[in-house]
Design a protein around this ligand. Sequence first.
Ligand code: SER
Length: 599
Amino acid sequence: MKTSELRRRYLEFFRNRGHTVIPSVSLIPDNDPTTLFTSSGMQPLVPYLLGQVHPEGKRLVNIQKSFRAQDIEEVGDNRHTTFFEMLGNWSLGDYFKREQLPWVFEFLTKEVGLDPKRLYVSVFEGQGSIGKDTEAIELWKEIYKTVGMDAKEGEQIFAYPAKKNWWSRSGEPENMPPGEPGGPDSELFFEFPNVQHDPAFGEKCHVNCDCGRFVEIGNSVFMQYKKEADGSLSELSQKNVDFGGGLERLVAATLDESDVFKIDIFQPIVASLESASGKKYGADVESTRCMRIICDHGRASTMLMADGALPSNKAQGYVVRRLIRRAIRFGRLLGLQTGFMTEIARSVLDSYAEAYPVAPEKREAILAAMSQEETKFNNMLGKGLKEIEKIPTLTGALAFKLFETYGFPWEMSEEIARERGQQVDRTEFEAEFKKHQELSRTAGKGMFKGGLADHGEAVVKLHTATHLLHQALRSVLGVHVQQKGSNITGERLRFDFSHSQKVSPDEIKKVEEIVNSQIERDLPISFKLTSYEDAIKEGALAFFGERYPEKVKVYEIGDFSKEICGGPHAEKTSLLGKFAVTREEASSAGVRRIYATLS
Ligand code: SER
């Protein structure tokens, strides 16, 4: 089946079961300081899983663009990618296991046509105060019976501890921060019997084995618990279902193809790589691995750029840079010199033109950024070569330094040294590399952990202050001011907006006075549900970088501010305290940034 066909059928299947289709949000999350990327469908829905009212109701279906930086080292096998599309269906306190598990099974076996005998499921074995999910086991047995199968635990259905069958953004219950939602889950695996088990992954193969014979294609999370400050788990006010399915893997399964890189969406990308390198995908293990890495990194960096993250040395831009440079390094192993990443970006944009259209000017900007980054990195590699010429004997540690500073690949150091009749110490290089990896892993932990988009009191108040600030800036500076981004922690708010010059101290003072006077007026805060069109017609502000669903929530702060927003917010402005701007600076061309606090 083609990717576009599966997307269409999935949305249709759940639309026919009372779900409303909601659009994918950006890969760069707004207003969530705890994480750099949207890495799952549930991330933008956290407030609603915790009990906020969703404007589109209690049954939702979506296909969410997702990016997982932590999977970068796994790319190269038949199924891991950093960017992927996640099929989601959501019950926000509506249906539960009894309805959802049969639907997923029906979708996979009837709609998509997968052989039920090759579908295996896992459930939660129980841990601590939460018992084994016997309800899910019984339901699965009943479900398999509908296709004439007598599915048994230990044969088709397997129970695993929390490490495998508990889902929250931070993993097992003990890793969840207070306030984080999570719950037991039931994963679905598709078997590719032609893939021989590789004993490198363990003596016996099993559904959770990493050899590639069993591929996880979906996961139903029964999101019904919340972590409390005392470390216990409490029941959420509503029982939710969060289903996530891997679109690319599912398309591969419909083709009885264990390699996701062989599905239609990758074809133009692989073809552009084959024509640049003159090598055939699949011809040998090493170049196939290189091609997969380049395909993945080329696709991920292009999709991230399309959502506004251009290569840089900071935050998301740094990850984009790393992906591009890593792809170029693997390109060199394939014998590719320069210019190929821009071609790949072009193929990616073509492949996704229908699902995630990009305006022509933006397309040109992405291609230009890719080409610039390629040139920059190639120049650096050139400098690395010159440095090497100056070094009389290349040690493993020096080779690593060249790798770290110029991205100079090990293989190239080795080859140069060989030309001089020397040998570089690989063990020394690898020891340095390992040290470096440990360091970046520790640094990365804080950056990529899926922590809670904190909905504590301080964050909620600062969020309300952001709306007041947005409106006050428009009153003082003019209505050209539009929100470009925001980021809130328990200590301060950060707000980016369109404005081409520095905001003067006098203007800042006026903005502070306006916000504080609205706080003193003790305005009530309320929301209503309406269509996006009507909201805009009646003057509600929106974060124009986003695609909104048809129905939206509009928050009103008395008669002062009206804005499309998911919430949550304080009940009335007098709860906010005193507002003060602490810093004003440039963010990017034509965008200013303000930091402010409440005390
Ligand atoms: N939240 C779960 C996941 O990301 C299911 O959607 O796997």
